[in-house]
Design a protein around this ligand. Structure first.
Ligand SMILES: Cc1cc2nc3c(=O)[nH]c(=O)nc-3n(C[C@H](O)[C@H](O)[C@H](O)COP(=O)(O)O)c2cc1C
Length: 190
């Protein structure tokens, strides 16, 4: 339930109405924001789901499921995403000259789970090919953005990567969505 999950940060009762009032908002000072509450509220922001890939210094393929991907600039063509600094894949992405953003189709939900789980070889499933700079490109995605690393920025416990899009592809197929901690499919056009 919405109210139950954010009750600790907003001070709302579990039986409170779902719409938060102005006085509810006033109860939350910035210093009281807890990571768990922030994660929960951010989860209300529906996103697509990507698998972002690169090759490490030894040429080994590396990738993870990420929904922090977003647009940044059209001219020049820039995109961004963020990676947890403590992630096991951080050492590979930090020096990487290129990365590929594979935007998943709804039919690829199992690959999304796989690339967020501690499995030995994440690339053992799916049809992968080497893209620009060796970054693995997945067949059957709704879009692919092949990027050169343009900038790396400090982002607290995450690192923000900005990529210059060098090549892209798209297909008009149903995307995979993520909302409130659940995978979803696209609904009706409003
Ligand atoms: C839907 C979804 C989105 C995610 N988005 C990100 C992200 O944007 N950045 C990130 O660092 N981790 C993100 N993660 C977590 C990573 O996929 C996961 O921690 C990473 O693959 C490392 O796994 P490991 O610690 O088992 O190797 C996301 C996970 C899921 C399920």
């Amino acid at each position: 339930m919405l109210c139950a999950s954010i009750g600790t940060v907003w001070g709302a009762r579990s039986d409170a109405p779902e719409l938060l009032t102005g006085s509810d908002r006033a109860m939350t000072a910035p210093a009281t924001i807890k990571p768990q509450a922030l994660r929960s509220a951010l989860g209300r922001f529906a996103t697509g789901v990507t698998i972002i890939t690169c090759v490490d210094a030894d040429g080994q393929r590396v990738g993870l499921t990420a929904n922090s991907f977003n647009a940044l600039s059209l001219d020049p063509p820039l995109v961004l995403w963020s990676l947890r600094v403590g992630s096991p894949v951080f050492e590979a992405f930090e020096p990487a000259t290129h990365f590929a953003v594979n935007v998943l189709a709804a039919s690829q939900v199992e690959l999304s789970r796989r690339f967020a789980a501690p499995v030995d070889d994440r690339f053992a499933e799916g049809h992968w090919s080497a893209g620009l700079g060796g970054a693995p490109v997945l067949a059957g995605c709704t879009a692919v953005f092949e990027c050169r690393t343009h900038a790396r920025l400090d982002g607290g416990d995450h690192r923000l990567y900005i990529g210059e899009v060098l090549r892209l592809a798209e297909q008009d197929i149903a995307p995979l969505l993520f909302h409130g901690g659940h995978y979803r499919m696209l609904g009706e056009i409003l």
